[in-house]
Design a protein around this ligand. Structure first.
Ligand code: B3K
Ligand code: ZN
Length: 878
């Protein structure tokens, strides 16, 4: 990208990539001593510092610090006087530092008062830390930046039976006052964001793993007493991940212990601290009666993701936070590949693409659009986004597609050989891939710097006389905030050609010596590329973007071709995608009819297409049978009509249920699981298809189907089936609905993770009374504004309920903004991350625009708004 398109004016408080400067001091060792107390924990940090040869020789030492009480500061044994250092807005500066020295800092903090859940905090009477991105500065004064890597020892003194930190443990010593002490030593240098401490009355489930080179690793999962019987799946997932990383990437674990601790108050999913991953209980605990198939899959993926960070993130880390996707995009790519290898690759890809579109494409087309490598930020915690994670993973995937799998593996080996134990950049990664493959990736790297989802359209023609087939691929990316001008990207288009019978034809481009059988990759590099295929015997149908080879929006195929591809393509992704595109077009036609005041009719071809999916393998059939969601349809409209979308979709669901009722019922009955619960892919697939059938049967308006759903709920076979039935019932105004909700509450009121589902399912109900229900649930005794899982379950789920969140009265927006306003003073990070649904206002009608903006303004008018929420709300309203 030309340099002049990068902004050079900094807004107040803005941190810019262009301002990066190496740290003034390096810290070789960090020795921490914690004396734990809920109200007044003391931390003594001993830092062995030396000047960084890469920084100016007179640069002062800057230490970040936040919400800390400084008790004592000594340098090489002498107490520093107030004149020797000064407090800055975000920490301390020590101007006259020697070239090297031992700095000793004693701080005091109150874990119990820490509601931000960043730094050291108390949850359920136990101690946990969260340091990424900038929580370590809430524990001690420190250069809180990832390019300062040090070796840590951590001593914990407390009365807690369990005391954990990074690295390998020493013996536990009993102290005369009844407390105990333990020292953990982490031999691997790491940035402070990977520091962790966990202490409390926890119990462990243990196992062991022997690495390929024979290292014995003790594995432990630490949970609250009573949760031990819900750890087996997490443990199995961990061991599978460890084996997979050895087999696929040659990467072994590098400590004698690997611990996971589960906590129910956590700002996000999990955290990859070296040797001590801290997890939201949601991503650890599972039993068939309490967790759904989706929960099981989520646990497997997140356990893998955090484990894989040990190499991609921990051993090789980020130089600065602008490189966040270096570890996150790459690690998401790795966990996606891992999960694909555990079950059906096609179904996994479909679900990853669904998630990408729902979160990332939406982000990329709104006010918060930013590149995978942003150029600036106000609060880094706001940048743990779908773009950094999911688009970042797509960029890695495209690189692998372009250079080939084997070259990609060589590139990974080279990356580790060059950068182990270092803090590096996205450019360093791309260079390793380029050097290992010999493929020039310079132009490709624009994907890292240019925001926005490219629109790709295709046009083709066939000449029977010359047997030539020509395919034109055009691309354009719309402007995004701060980037008015866009440039063509290098887009890998995996493709094939089908003949009229749906048979794959070998492809040969003009000038190529041979034909290529099966899928090949075309590189679209300009605003318009034309590809000429020769020796094409009959007019072909192109199958494009196989496996979703690039994160773009593709258009240009007629409904007839979409139907043909949905029925015949050899690539399962394109089969699914074409079916979805065909359905979306039919639904949007109905929406247009409704808007024109007409009577919409359901295209029989759509029902027929749905009927033909029933024959397919169950997991795939369940995906194909799911109509594009309301938000997906909204994304295809210039001005979203929430009510027309909802009506059209309901009509189609009803028509499918009525027309295919007998077949759906037969499938439902045929898939009744007789044996025990299994989380193997085919069993999950059968449950998904069966529950999809049940949903359609109920959508048909048949009271017998409601009885069937209630019976499934009452049978209580496993949480997947129970929750599917409850979700279906929650959409119907019937006595069974309230009965089932009451039963569920009584059964699970003491189980926080299951109770979250009870909150979520009510927030997602399409019934008109949902706004009031959510309002009521917000004042329910079990609603807790200090628990992020509960807030997400109720209030964030509600924002995903398009037709009710966007209620024309604005009541949905108001209650949503109320929650952000109530939450911001105690947890700005989580409050800020909730803002984005209100930022979608541009896509709605004038009335809703006004209502949404009014709520953003209310948030911005708050006197002490957190920096995090300010950044999100101000960017969203602009
Ligand atoms: N690296 C953490 C996310 C930290 C978020 C900080 N606000 C989890 C992960 O991506 O693996
Ligand atoms: Zn991650």
């Amino acid at each position: 990208m030309p340099a002049d398109s990068i902004r050079t004016d900094a807004a107040p408080g803005e941190i810019r990539l262009a301002d990066y400067a190496p740290p003034a001091f390096l810290i070789d060792t960090v020795d921490l001593h914690f004396n734990l107390d809920e109200m007044a924990t003391t931390v003594v940090a001993r830092l062995m510092l030396r000047r960084n040869p890469a920084a100016p020789a007179d640069a002062p030492l800057h230490l970040d610090g936040e919400s800390l009480t400084l008790v004592r500061l000594t340098l090489n044994g002498s107490v520093l006087q107030p004149g020797d250092y000064h407090e800055t807005s975000g920490g301390l500066a020590i101007p006259d530092m020697p070239a090297a020295g031992l700095l000793e800092i004693e701080t005091r903090l109150s874990p119990k008062a820490n509601t931000e859940l960043s730094g050291l905090y108390v949850s359920g009477g136990n101690y946990f830390t969260q340091c990424e991105a900038q929580g370590f500065r809430r524990i001690t004064y420190f250069p809180d930046r990832p390019d300062v890597m040090s070796r840590y020892t951590t001593t914990i003194v407390s009365t807690c039976p369990v005391m954990l930190s990074n690295g390998n443990p020493g013996p536990v010593t009993d102290l005369p006052d009844g407390r105990r002490s333990v020292t953990w030593t982490d031999p691997h240098p790491k940035p402070c964001y990977l520091f962790a401490l966990v202490a409390g009355d926890l119990v462990s489930v243990t196992d062991s793993f022997v690495t390929r080179s024979g290292r014995q690793v003790a594995l432990g999962i630490y949970v609250r007493r009573g949760d031990e019987d819900r750890c087996a799946h997490a443990m199995r997932s961990l061991k599978t991940s460890m084996t997979w990383d050895e087999e696929v990437f040659g990467l072994e674990y590098d400590l004698d212990v690997f611990n996971i601790a589960a906590v129910s108050d956590f700002n996000m999913g999990a955290m990859e601290n070296k040797g001590l991953n801290v997890f939201n209980t949601k991503y650890v605990l599972a039993r068939p009666e309490t967790a759904t198939d989706t929960d099981y899959q989520g646990i497997e993926t997140v356990i893998a993701h955090e484990y894989f960070h040990n190499w991609t993130g921990n051993r090789v880390t980020c130089r600065d936070w602008f490189q966040l996707s270096l570890k996150e995009g790459l690690t998401v790519y790795r966990d996606q590949e891992f999960s694909a290898d555990q079950g059906s690759r096609a179904v996994k890809r479909i679900s990853d693409v669904r998630a990408l579109r729902a979160a990332q494409f939406r982000e990329d087309s709104g006010p918060l659009a930013h590149p995978v490598q942003p150029a600036s930020y106000l609060a880094i915690d706001n940048f743990y986004t779908a773009t950094i994670y999911n688009k970042g993973a797509e960029v890695i995937r495209m690189m692998a597609t372009i250079i080939g799998r084997q070259a990609f593996r060589r590139g990974m080996d080279l990356y580790f050989a060059r950068h182990d134990n270092n803090a590096v950049t996205i450019d360093d990664f791309a260079r390793a891939m380029q050097d290992a493959s010999g493929v020039d990736l310079e132009d490709f790297k624009l994907w890292y710097h240019q925001a926005g989802t490219p629109d790709v359209s295709v046009e083709d023609s066939y000449d029977p006389a010359t047997k030539r087939y020509s395919l034109t691929i055009r691309q354009a990316t719309r402007p995004t905030p701060g980037q008015p001008d866009k440039y063509p990207l290098v887009i890998p288009v995996a493709m094939g050609l089908l003949d009229g019978n749906g048979q794959e034809i070998a492809t040969r481009l003009d000038g190529e010596p041979d034909t290529t059988p099966g899928t090949r990759v075309l590189l679209a590099t300009r605003a318009e590329n034309r590809f000429e295929f020769i020796d094409v015997a009959s007019p072909p149908v192109p199958s494009l973007l196989r496996g979703f080879s690039a994160p773009v929006k593709l258009s240009g195929l007629t409904p007839d071709r979409l139907r043909f591809l949905a029925a015949h393509d050899t690539d399962p992704f394109v089969r699914w995608e074409s079916g979805q595109q065909f359905a979306a077009a039919a639904l949007l036609d109905m929406v247009a009819t409704i808007q024109d005041g007409g009577e919409p009719t359901v295209d029989p071809a759509l029902i027929e297409a749905m009927a033909s999916t029933l024959e397919q393998e169950p997991a795939f059939a369940a995906e194909a049978l799911a109509l594009p969601g309301e938000a997906t349809l909204a994304d295809k409209m210039d001005v979203v009509d929430v009510d027309a979308i909802h009506t059209a979709r309901d009509l189609v669901r009803q028509a499918i249920g009525r027309t295919l009722g007998d077949r759906l019922r037969a499938l439902y009955d045929g898939f009744t699981d007789s044996g025990g619960y299994s989380i193997a892919g085919p069993a999950i697939g059968r449950r998904s298809l069966r529950n999809a059938c049940l949903a359609y049967l109920v959508a048909a308006g048949d009271t017998a189907a409601v009885t069937l759903a209630k019976a499934q709920f009452d049978a209580g076979r496993n949480m997947t089936d129970v929750l599917a039935a409850l979700g279906i019932l929650s959409g119907v105004d019937c006595p069974e609905r309230s009965e089932a909700l009451a039963t569920f509450y009584q059964a699970w009121r003491d189980d926080p993770l299951v109770l979250d589902k009870w909150f979520a399912i009510q927030a997602l109900s399409p019934l008109p009374q949902t706004v009031q229900a959510v309002e009521w649930l917000k004042s329910h005794p079990d609603f807790d504004l200090r628990n992020p899982n509960r807030i997400r379950a109720l209030v964030s789920s509600f924002a995903g309920n398009q037709v009710r969140f966007h209620d024309a009265s604005g009541a949905g927006y108001r209650l949503y903004a109320d929650t952000i306003i109530q939450l911001d003073p105690t947890n700005g990070q989580v409050a800020a991350r909730m803002v984005s649904p209100l930022g979608q206002w541009r896509r709605f009608d004038a009335g809703r625009q006004r209502l949404m903006k009014a709520q953003l303004q209310r948030i911005l008018d708050l006197p002490d708004l957190s920096r995090n929420t300010f950044e999100m709300a101000s960017k969203s309203i602009a």
